[in-house]
Design a protein around this ligand. Structure first.
Ligand code: MN
Length: 730
């Protein structure tokens, strides 16, 4: 275990790669951390301060900026001491406060990682949460030190933390390409997760150590000699055992005992440039026979995390398999430090061969890393670089928290309604509002990763058709659609029932009776309608006439009996019947077929008028003129767009009010103005006033606005007419 660094070691390290670093800020962070952590003791028995100091040391090893190093010193202050974020902000500025806040939040997430899938989701979430990648690196450094000192914990805690490290943090380190960190986290986790196997393997490796070292020396010598003979200079050859966890994995996946793993040692040749990589490969293949299928060109095709190298396995001097990696020193830096290698403070030459080789890698790999490389070349200031790197590794997903801290993964662009349906169908169905990060937002609000969302429900709330315009999850979409379809069916069923009831009543029969003895359903047994509901819905939709139902269901003698004179029905009832009998109402409703339509009496629309539909529970859609004050006063949620059908004629009743001189023959003149335009009057009402004027109101059937205009014009031409106006209502 590396010794805990002293403050001066850390400052020396930071100034070695960043001479301009704000050393005082680091000292101040140290003093502050020491003050607030004073008296606290770690499980190991050491003063607590050891931990933040060690974390800061790891961050300096990663060559991070002073803000990250200060955050390492301060990372546990808000969580574990009386320090507040405001105080940190005050003393160290917004950047560091933001980082400390990020790390604190990450620490508060509880991982339950029994399933691999779940672990992957959490990994994604951790990355997304850490919008600033430095937050993630501080967290990884924190975890590394905790793993190094895990021995002081109770066994059950050791196991939980090791599991979490293996499932989440080691893969994250790998994703970021920091291989030394990944290796150390894996081996430490291995040690606590499978202590027996770990000890066994470590022992075996220990026993064969001398032998192995001799082998490393021999092989390194042979490679060196071969390369020197060819005239190459400036290369470095090394060999080292693979880490325990990877050896263990090999034994398990290949089902072979320790003795049979021959490529436990990885040899590495570091060279000056890309050309030398391939040259070296050629020389090695000339002395030892390569194993077919084991050569990998990660230079031409870098790994997703940016790793580049040539890998080959050859049959070595003792007929053993030897794995050899060949790469440039710059590639090696990336291999060891990963993402951290790319923003380390570099004093000389920012853009050179490394980027050129990375750039050519075409289709494969993570775009973000290549983007990162490009950005880094363009952006000289490392701080600015980091800002532009608030990248989202998982650009297609957002992670949104429930108020309880659970996390939901949603597609990018998702809104609170998606979130509500993801929680539970009932929550989605009654979703009436949403708070995001404590503030009320519109339901079409687009989430950012890390948002906390609280859904406000109201049991009277119903899904709205407009929601379909902005929901992103298929779950929400499906549920909303199903609901709307259900409402339409229910509405049609009610209408159908009314119509059938009325029809039965004409024959002096009660529908209820035929429902009870199931004879309706039986009468339709051979057709496509299998249930009472289906029959009623078909009637409601106008696919099946109420009369046809009566004829099929009612006994012959009932049908033959002279029918009762139909009672004078309400105008609305007549209208419904008339509309239901017609194949078309003359109006189309956007997106809905087979919908019952009737016309509002309050504004009596005529074909050509701009119109709007209003969904009436149980009565289909009422069509109003678009500026009708009544519809404007109604619930806007229930308004739907409607248009006049282009073909066909459909006469609509309206009223026209004509103010005239009170003279003889006036009514006849007015009537003829109507008939000349092909309009029939259904009712006329004439009232003479005291001022010698008469007010005449005509109810008439109008086909469209054109016809209406003609009538009005003709009326206006009649001698003694003062004004002609279309009445608001029919
Ligand atoms: Mn910590």
């Amino acid at each position: 275990m590396p010794n805990t660094p002293r403050l001066n070691d850390i400052i020396d390290q930071v100034t070695s790669y960043h001479p301009e670093a704000d050393v005082d800020l680091i000292k101040k962070a140290y003093v502050y951390s020491a003050k607030v952590h004073a008296g606290q003791v770690r499980k190991t028995g050491e003063p607590y301060l050891i931990h933040p100091l060690a974390v800061a040391g790891i961050l300096a090893e990663l060559h991070l900026d002073e803000a990250s190093v200060c955050t390492g010193l301060l990372h546990d202050t808000v969580e574990d001491t009386l320090a507040t974020l405001a105080e940190i902000d005050d003393l160290f500025g917004g950047d560091i406060a933001h980082l400390v806040d990020g790390v604190t939040k990450l620490s508060q997430i509880q991982f339950q990682t029994s399933e691999e899938k779940l672990a992957e989701n959490f990994r994604k979430m951790v990355v997304a949460m850490a919008r600033d990648i430095r937050v993630l690196l501080v967290k990884l450094a924190d975890r590394l030190h905790n793993m190094r000192t895990l021995g002081a914990m109770k066994p059950d805690k050791q196991e939980r933390i090791a599991r979490e490290t293996m499932d989440i943090y080691a893969p994250l380190a790998n994703r970021l390409g920091i291989s030394w960190l990944k290796i150390e986290l894996e081996d430490l986790s291995f040690r606590y997760l499978r202590p027996d196997e770990y000890r066994d393997l470590a022992e075996k490796l220990g026993k064969t150590k001398r032998e192995r070292e001799k082998f490393i020396d021999d092989v390194s010598d042979m490679i060196t000699k071969a390369l020197e003979k060819s005239g190459m200079t400036g290369f470095e050859v090394s060999g080292r055992p693979k880490h325990l966890w990877s050896a263990h994995k090999k034994m398990v996946t290949k089902k072979i005992p320790f003795e049979e793993i021959h490529d436990l040692i990885a040899f590495r040749v570091l060279v000056e440039n890309v050309g030398q990589c391939y040259e070296t490969l050629g020389h090695i293949h000339a002395i030892w026979r390569p194993i077919p299928g084991r050569f990998k060109d990660y230079i031409a095709m870098p790994k997703p995390n940016g790793y580049q190298s040539l890998h080959t396995t050859v049959i070595g001097p003792k007929a053993e398999r030897i794995e050899i990696q060949i790469r440039t020193r710059e590639m090696h830096e990336v291999a060891e430090q990963g993402i951290a290698a790319h923003w380390a403070y570099k004093e000389q030459g920012g853009s050179n061969g490394k980027h050129a080789t990375l750039k050519g890698d075409g289709k494969q790999g993570f775009k973000w890393l290549r983007q990162l490389m490009d950005w880094q070349r363009e952006v000289k200031d490392p701080t600015e670089f980091l800002d532009s790197v608030k990248f989202d590794l998982f650009a297609d997903e957002v992670f949104v928290f429930t108020p309880n801290g659970d996390v939901l993964e949603l597609p990018r662009g998702a809104c609170p309604i998606d979130f509500a349906f993801a929680i539970h169908t009932d929550v989605g169905m009654t979703c009436s509002g949403a708070k995001v990060n404590g503030r009320m937002v519109p339901l079409r609000h687009v989430f950012q990763s890390g948002d906390t969302c609280e859904i406000i429900t109201n049991k009277n709330q119903k899904p709205n058709k407009n929601w379909l315009d902005f929901v992103k999850t298929s779950r929400a979409r499906t549920k909303i659609r199903a609901y709307i379809r259900g409402v339409e069916r229910e509405r049609s069923k009610q209408i159908g029932q009314q119509l059938v009831e009325k029809e039965f009543r004409r024959f002096g029969q009660s529908l209820q009776k035929y429902v009870k003895d199931n004879s309706i359903v039986q009468a339709f047994q051979d057709g496509k309608y299998k249930t009472l509901d289906e029959i009623l819905i078909a009637v409601g939709y106008g696919k099946l006439g109420a009369q046809a139902v009566a004829e099929r269901v009612l006994p012959e003698e009932v049908i033959k009996k002279p029918q009762q004179e139909p009672k004078r029905r309400s105008r609305l009832g007549q209208l419904i019947d008339r509309v239901a009998r017609r194949s078309s109402s003359g109006v189309q409703i956007a997106g809905i077929e087979d919908m019952l339509v009737h016309f509002a009496r309050c504004c009596a629309p005529v074909k050509g008028d701009p119109i709007v539909g209003f969904v009436t529970i149980g009565r289909g859609v009422t069509v109003h003129r678009h500026d009708c004050p009544k519809v404007l006063a109604l619930d806007p949620e229930r308004r739907i767009p409607v248009v006049w059908e282009s073909g066909g004629t459909f006469t609509r009743p309206i009223s026209i009010r004509v103010v005239t001189d009170d003279r003889e023959g006036m009514l006849a003149d007015l009537s003829s103005a109507f008939t000349r335009n092909g309009v029939s009057i259904s009712e006329a009402n004439c009232r003479a006033g005291n001022d010698g004027h008469a007010v005449n109101t005509f109810k008439c059937g109008i086909v469209d606005l054109d016809q209406l205009r003609k009538v009005v014009k003709t009326l206006e031409g009649v001698k003694g007419v003062h004004s002609v106006e279309r009445a608001r209502s029919a």
